[in-house]
Structure formats: structure tokens, C-alpha cells
Write a protein that binds this ligand. Structure first.
Ligand code: 2HG
Ligand code: ZN
Length: 457
């Protein structure tokens, strides 16, 4: 691990004045945990973790750091996978741990306000208690936070039904790089008064402001569910099936796919049989939700599909949970093989199957010893390309994968963000005019350039 730079004593005193001595953590044994990402691939060092307890305290921290020219990395659950929430250049870590808490659910409007440090699971629970649901979900729900999900426009398992975090976002409260508090929480469902500043902060990866709270749209809580694992002989057949399901199954809530080796790996990790045994070339998990028996609706939709080589339907909660474990444990199972390279990419529907077929060979061409793992949110055109067996700083594999993505008119980041890992490729994808516009916005909102300076731009 790189050596942590020292914290200037004058800045340390100023930060203690803002947050109190208990919330400026400088013990290296404590700060080390905040300096490495979940995968272990991105390791930095930080002189301090500062934990403000309100937007006003966040503003105080940002102002003090701006005055001293000391950079900050905002950090929530640190479950992002692109090195966007770790201090790779010795930044001070601004933790959202004390910004947690949910407000009341607006019972008729279906909205909730949550602090940046609130976990996604806590938002889901508060919504459920009020008879609503939060349309966002993923395996790291207990750790990932509202602030991080807004900052990265995180997606997850239900984007096919409800869109990514941006689609749930009404407004944010955030501290800009200028140290000013932007209170945009009161935005309404229909609100045509000028620039969508909350939308701009969403996906800005902490480079423009530190999100301190968000007002989120909720969706109807649907009581009945069904889930099926479908086998296909090829990615092309699975992609065609997803297109048909999106049109023919109104309650479609999830369409998740993985290959045969991935099915075997995760089953071995769980000590269970694969969902479909032996695993087909592609397993597609199809979930639907609604009112009344969903198994019939799902079975009827599946009947209309071509190329299904096998199916297992889960019609009760326990069987659904067992099937979901295979999908949700994928990240963990791959991590048992070492620190993976993760490329979270999306492709147009007509390029998805070709990409999935070709990418292992492109990787093998630059790293014959590597293993490629493919899974993801097929309903959104989003594949997670994980590669094990290569050194953390070996960029050849990333270049091969992301180069193929751009050849096929895809996006080098679907839902995890650009972070530090993919900056060069983001510039290639977006082009000089878009990058210059982003730099101009950054200069206006973070004139001292202290917010997550190593990320995105
Ligand atoms: C998922 O879909 C997450 O499970 C993590 O986005 C993806 O581990 C990954 O590459
Ligand atoms: Zn994902």
C-alpha cells in the first residue's frame, strides 16, 4: 500500500472545529480500510477520514480543504468497482457514514428523502413499510449507499422495469466544490424551471459536489412474483428472447444472464447444483411481478420464445431466493479467484451477442493465461466482463475489452461509472466537445479542483 501523506496540522485543527475530534480519523489502522476498494485492485492511502454529520458540516469540510488546496474523495459504502471512491492520490476521505437516515414517506406522492449514508436496503425497508417499493436493487444493498448510488447513477437488477438511479431521482441536496449547499430536494415530478442540477450531479462521481441527501421516487409495491431460469444455446437466442419478453411480459422485472462456466463457478462456490444442470451456454433469469398469480403469465410468455433448451420455474419465495443466490453471488464467487479486472459495459441490442461471443478471444489474444467471466443485465444491454489471472496494473486486457466495446458502438461504463480505471476510454467515447463541456462545468462548480480530482476527467 502506498504511504499516506501527512495531514497539515493547521487543516487538522480546522477540520476538528467542524466535525469534532471524534470524527477526524487519522489512525492508520483505521484509515487503511477506507483506502482500498472492494475488489482490492485499487489501493491508495489517505492521511484522514473525516465524518461530517450534516450538510453544514460537509460544507465546512469542503471550504477548509478548498482553502488549503487539499483534495477530497467522497465515500459511501465503497462498493463501487472502478476505483472512484478510494484515495488513489492521497486525498482526504469524506465519509457519508453519519449522513444516514430516512425521512417520512409521502404516502400519496410516493417519495422518500434519505441521507447520503443511508443504505439501499434501508430505503427499501422504509418504502415497504409505507406500502411502496424502491425500484432499485442489487446484491450490495446492505452496504451501498444513497449518496454513492446517486453519484454513480447506479443501475442494478430492476433497471429493465424502473430505470437506473437517475430515473428515481427527484432532487438532491449537495455541497458543491465552492463550499455552497445546493438545496434541490424540493423538485417536483413535473418541474420545468431550468437546468436539472440534481440530474447533473447524478453520475458526476463526486467531481462536482458531495451529495448529502436525495429525494427519491417510489414505485408500487407488487405482491406477487415468479422467477424462471431459462437455458439457451447461444447469446443471440437469449438476446432475442429478452426482446420478446420486454414486449410480451408487462410485469417483467429482471432479465439477468450468465454463461455456462459462470453457472458452474457460482454453483461450486455455493456448494449447490447449477440452476439448470448441466449449465446451458447461457442461463437467463427472468423475473416478473404483479397482482395475482405470476407463474401463469411467465409460463405463457416463455411458451412464445424460440431456442429455450431448458427451464426451471420458482413459484415460491424460498425457491426464488435460491435462484437469485446464484446470480447475486457471482461477484463474490469470481473474487475467490483473485482480484479481478471489471469492465461494466453496455451494447446496442443488435451488437450484444456478437460482443459476448468475441470478447473472450480478444482477451485471450493479449492475455492467454487470463479467464473471462461474462454475466449481467441482459434486459438493459449491460454485460459485466470480469477477467481473472492478470496483474492489477496490467491495462492490456482493459484496452482489448473497451476497444471492442467502442468498435461495437457501446458504452465503456453502463452502471459503475468511469472512476479512475476508465478515464482515457471515457474521453475516447464521449469526444472532445463533450469532455470540454464537462471540464467547463467542473471548473464552475469546483473551481479549486478538490473534489475527486483523479476521477472521470
Ligand atoms: C452486479 O451486477 C454488480 O452484480 C457487480 O454490478 C458486477 O462484479 C461485477 O462485475
Ligand atoms: Zn451490475
Amino acid at each position: 500500500m502506498p504511504e499516506a501523506p501527512a495531514l497539515d496540522p493547521r487543516l487538522a485543527r480546522a477540520l476538528v472545529e467542524v466535525v469534532g475530534a471524534d470524527h477526524l480519523l487519522t489512525d492508520p489502522d483505521v484509515t487503511a480500510g477506507a483506502a482500498v476498494d472492494w475488489t482490492g485492485r485499487f489501493r491508495g492511502a489517505t492521511p484522514a477520514v473525516v465524518r461530517p454529520g450534516s450538510a453544514a458540516e460537509v460544507a465546512g469540510v469542503v471550504q477548509r480543504c478548498a482553502a488549503e488546496g487539499v483534495a477530497l474523495v467522497p465515500q459511501g459504502g465503497n462498493t463501487g468497482l472502478v476505483g472512484g471512491s478510494v484515495p488513489l492520490a492521497g486525498e482526504v476521505v469524506l465519509s457519508s457514514a453519519r449522513l444516514a437516515g430516512v425521512g417520512d414517506v409521502d404516502p400519496d406522492g410516493g417519495r422518500i428523502t434519505a441521507g447520503a449514508g443511508t443504505s439501499i436496503a434501508a430505503v427499501q425497508a422504509a418504502a415497504a413499510e409505507a406500502g411502496w417499493a424502491y425500484g432499485v436493487d442489487w446484491a450490495a444493498r446492505d452496504t451501498a449507499t444513497v449518496g454513492g448510488s446517486v453519484a454513480t447513477d447506479a443501475g442494478g437488477l430492476h433497471v429493465v422495469a424502473h430505470g437506473s438511479t437517475r430515473a428515481q431521482l427527484l432532487g438532491v441536496e449537495a455541497v458543491l466544490g465552492t463550499g455552497e449547499v445546493l438545496d434541490d430536494l424540493g423538485r417536483l415530478e413535473k418541474d420545468a424551471t431550468g437546468y436539472d442540477l440534481s440530474g447533473l450531479l447524478c453520475g458526476s462521481e463526486g467531481t462536482l459536489g458531495v451529495v448529502t441527501a436525495a429525494r427519491l421516487r417510489l414505485v408500487p409495491a407488487l405482491p406477487d412474483r415468479a422467477l424462471a431460469a431459462l437455458g439457451f444455446g447461444s447469446w443471440a437466442d437469449a438476446v432475442t428472447a429478452v426482446g420478446l419478453l420486454r414486449r410480451g411480459l408487462p410485469g417483467l422485472e429482471a432479465a439477468e444472464a450468465h454463461g455456462a462456466a459462470e453457472a458452474a463457478l457460482v454453483a461450486g462456490h455455493l456448494g449447490a447444483s447449477p440452476a439448470l444442470d448441466p449449465p446451458p451456454a447461457v442461463t437467463l433469469l427472468v423475473g416478473c411481478a404483479g397482482h395475482g398469480d405470476q407463474v401463469d403469465a411467465l409460463a405463457a410468455a416463455v411458451d412464445g420464445l424460440a431456442g429455450v433448451t431448458g427451464a426451471a420455474v420458482a413459484d415460491d419465495g424460498a425457491r426464488r431466493a435460491a435462484l437469485w443466490r446464484h446470480r447475486e453471488s457471482m461477484t463474490e464467487a469470481i473474487s475467490t479467484l483473485g482480484s479481478p479486472h471489471k469492465m461494466d459495459v453496455s451494447l446496442p441490442a443488435d451488437a450484444l451477442a456478437g460482443f459476448a461471443e468475441e470478447v473472450p478471444a480478444r482477451i485471450a489474444a493479449v492475455a492467454p493465461e487470463a479467464r473471462t467471466w461474462l454475466f449481467g443485465h441482459l434486459g438493459d444491454g449491460n454485460l459485466h466482463v470480469n477477467v481473472t489471472g492478470v496483474a492489477p496494473d496490467d491495462a492490456a486486457v482493459d484496452d482489448a475489452v473497451l476497444g471492442l466495446v467502442l468498435e461495437r458502438r457501446g458504452s465503456i461504463s453502463a452502471e459503475h461509472g468511469v472512476g479512475t480505471a476508465k478515464r482515457r476510454w471515457a474521453a475516447e467515447q464521449r469526444g472532445p466537445t463533450a469532455m470540454a463541456a464537462m471540464a467547463a462545468i467542473k471548473a464552475a462548480l469546483d473551481p479549486a479542483g478538490i473534489l475527486n480530482p483523479a476521477v472521470l476527467l
